[in-house]
Ligand binder design. Structure first.
Ligand SMILES: C[S@@+](CC[C@H](N)C(=O)[O-])C[C@H]1O[C@@H](n2cnc3c(N)ncnc32)[C@H](O)[C@@H]1O
Length: 303
């Protein structure tokens, strides 16, 4: 998956920009917004995440079916907390799926608009084409214009930057090949969904994460996922020579991620320690709107 770095790079990786931060290479059990609040400002170069999609997935510990406005309001608090911890030029890659056909809601538009209003620069929108058409039959009215449906066989990766487009870094810490750079720069990515569930209902494929990590960060950078799930981002980050931070509120998912990331060996010459499990002492998780309260609809949106 990765090339051996030139001699002399090891020290640079160990000194990567978040040096001094007490938090890196950790699996943090906790609420996303509350845990982000304890991380040092400007300590993360790339965040990649896939939040709960709010489509009724049976996660451990909460209902994945909030009112759309309450859902956006909740996520907005997380994005605000993330902004503080990103370095200038730090990237945020947000994976979201189209909502269900019946209750279609253009949530990716709402998220993009909200993030831009918050001050994020929107860089692009990648289409992850999942090639799942063969398995779907929800066509609405068959062979008739009366009520045909489009099947969402894709997801989005919306990519943002904090404050500036450029993220400086040492040339020796670039690990993307010319061929990969050319291929990934075409924003239509055909990748099959993850087959290995690893005890999680919605993991994303390692290939998707590896593309984002190599395209948008340097070796030695700090890569974060605040809805870490099965630990895909942290595992790929470590396997490609990046430091990582993982947050999830489920002890079961944290535990599974811990062993997965520990098994993801960094490339030779790059020191990225195995994960430490941390339960931040920062107290109770930030409140997430309850399903019943949300059903009535929240007050005005924060943007
Ligand atoms: C879509 S899944 C992420 C899957 C992940 N991308 C992977 O590859 O496994 C969303 C995750 O968010 C976690 N989660 C839900 N609410 C949370 C919160 N308030 N704070 C932190 N994590 C939360 C869930 O436990 C779930 O594992």
């Amino acid at each position: 998956m990765v090339a051996v770095p030139p001699v002399g790079i090891r020290r640079r990786a160990a000194m990567a920009p978040a040096a001094g931060s007490p938090h890196r290479d950790e699996i943090l059990l906790g609420d996303a917004a509350a845990t982000l609040a304890i991380l040092p400002a400007a300590s993360v170069h790339l965040a990649m995440t896939s939040p709960p999609y709010n489509v009724g997935i049976p996660y451990r510990g909460y209902a994945d079916d909030l009112h759309p406005d309450a859902y956006l309001e909740w996520l907005a608090r997380v994005w605000k907390a993330l902004y503080r911890v990103l370095v200038p030029g730090g990237r945020f890659a947000l994976n979201v799926a189209p909502t269900s056909i019946k209750e279609f809601h253009p949530i990716h538009h709402d998220l993009a608009r909200g993030l831009r209003k918050m001050g994020y620069i929107m860089r692009t929108e990648i289409i992850w084409y999942k090639q799942t058409m063969g398995r779907r039959t929800a066509w609405g009215s068959w062979r008739s214009p009366s009520n045909p449906h489009i099947i969402p066989s894709w997801e989005y990766v919306l990519v943002f930057s904090k404050g500036q487009w450029n993220l400086p870094g040492p040339k020796e810490a670039i690990d993307i090949t010319s061929e990969e750079f050319q291929r990934f720069s075409d924003g239509f990515w055909e990748l099959k969904p993850e087959r290995k569930r690893r005890g999680h209902p919605a993991p994303f494929p390692e290939q998707l994460v590896e593309r984002i990590v190599k395209y948008y960060s340097y070796r030695g950078n700090v890569v974060l996922d605040m809805f870490g799930g099965s630990g895909t981002v942290a595992a790929v980050a470590r396997a490609t020579g990046r430091h990582y931070l993982y947050i999830d509120r489920s002890p079961e998912y944290c535990e599974a991620a811990l062993s997965r990331v520990a098994a993801a060996e960094p490339p030779p010459g790059w020191e990225v320690p195995p994960p430490r499990a941390v339960v931040p002492g920062a107290g109770a998780p930030a409140p997430r709107p309850e399903r019943t309260a949300a059903a009535a609809g929240p007050g005005p949106l924060p943007w």
